[in-house]
Design a protein around this ligand. Structure first.
Ligand code: 2P0
Length: 353
């Protein structure tokens, strides 16, 4: 049942892909060339809080992101907001909606803000419109807003299966391991820059698919690495997880670099982080930590508690040298959840009436 004039609020977290998604076989439905695997952050480390209220008293949809009113005529925002329209049609309601979303981490700096934003939005709208969708159904809708959002509907270790169908009904994420599966696993979120990325992921992926002759090999390479990392997670083998993570990040960034024109998201601080982790692993004689970078220069370093001290020391040296702004740590986190009414972000002044 649709609930009108009542605010619903949810929180959700971004995810970091260890086997990366970079390239679509269908742009409209957002269907990837290869499956991907991610870990979901802890709500305490990074999170998005989103409130929605559907009302027939609203003249049009209103969307606030990080305190700023967004222009729903902007193409990128409109494309992503189309999932709201889709869900509204499913609920057969003409009511307009106000959406107020707040990211508690830097937006558009390669920290997957669209993933948690869209996953949390789909989750809270499902509640407000009483659609009763399950996580798989919500993942399919979120995917059409942003590919990586399909994975943020779940906590723990998550796989987005690429699917084979043309209509995308078999392209959704599933939980591989729950958030309490490997309590020793730690992700270090290493922020070296908070500035907005130069090339949006969507445009970058398109150029890679269209211009890069190396892209042909990417799908099979990612699929076999996915099989390898799944086994490594099953065995809780941090060395193998770290090796696969490093290899897949480097493969994706090599693809970006060899795109025409070249796309480069990493900067000198990113390379300094890579050097530090490579040196640490070499000193240990095995991989004890793995780095991965998304569409931005910030790093994620995964390790386990017994090696965390060594990772922290390596990163502190870079911080002293001015290469790193700050580091946050996260364990495996949960999927989205509904918050109490008192946590609503919707203020009367935002309603414009
Ligand atoms: C990933 N990234 O697997 C990869 C790795 C960035 C690098 O998914 O066009 O915002 O909305 O599907 O999901 C970021 O791209 O792109 C991304 P769209 P999305 O996490």
């Amino acid at each position: 049942m649709v609930t009108l004039d009542k605010a619903f609020t949810a929180e959700g977290s971004p995810n970091i892909a260890l086997i990366k998604y970079w390239g679509k076989r269908n742009e409209r439905l957002i269907l990837p060339h290869n499956s991907s695997l991610s870990i979901t952050f802890d709500h305490k480390a990074l999170r998005t809080v989103t409130s929605v209220m559907f009302s027939k008293k609203l003249k049009k949809d209103i969307f606030y992101l990080d305190g700023k009113k967004q222009d729903l005529n902007d193409r990128d925002i409109r494309e992503r907001f189309s999932i709201v329209e889709k869900m509204r049609r499913m609920a057969k309601t003409p009511a307009r909606v106000i959406v107020v979303s707040q990211n508690y981490f830097p937006t558009a700096s390669g920290l997957a803000s669209s993933a948690s934003g869209i996953a949390t939005l789909v989750y809270v709208i499902n509640k407000a419109l009483g659609l009763g969708l399950n996580a798989k159904e919500m993942s399919i809708i979120a995917r059409q807003g942003s590919g990586s959002a399909s994975r943020s509907l779940f906590g723990g270790v998550v796989v987005w299966n690429k699917g084979k169908r043309h209509d995308g009904k078999d392209s959704f994420a599933q939980q591989l391991f729950k958030e309490d599966y490997w309590p020793q696993l730690i992700d270090n979120i290493v922020v070296v820059s908070t500035s907005k990325k130069k090339v949006p992921s969507r445009a970058g992926m398109r150029t890679t698919v269209n211009t890069n002759p190396l892209f042909k090999q990417r799908a099979s390479s990612a699929q076999s690495r996915l099989a390898e990392i799944k086994k490594a997670f099953k065995a809780k083998d941090i060395s193998k997880v770290a090796e696969c993570t490093i290899a897949d990040s480097n493969e994706m960034h090599a693809l970006m670099l060899s795109t025409i024109p070249s796309i480069r998201y990493l900067n000198s601080a990113s390379y300094a982080v890579m050097d530090a982790i490579d040196e640490l692993n070499a000193r240990e004689g095995k991989a004890i930590a793995g780095y991965t970078f998304d569409a931005g220069p910030n790093a994620n370093i995964i390790t386990i508690s017994k090696y965390q001290g060594k990772v922290t020391r390596a990163l502190s040296r870079l911080k002293k040298g001015g290469m790193i702004l700050y580091v946050k740590t996260s364990r495996l986190g949960e999927g989205p959840r509904i918050l109490p009414e008192s946590r609503s972000l919707i203020k009367k002044s935002m309603l414009g009436r």
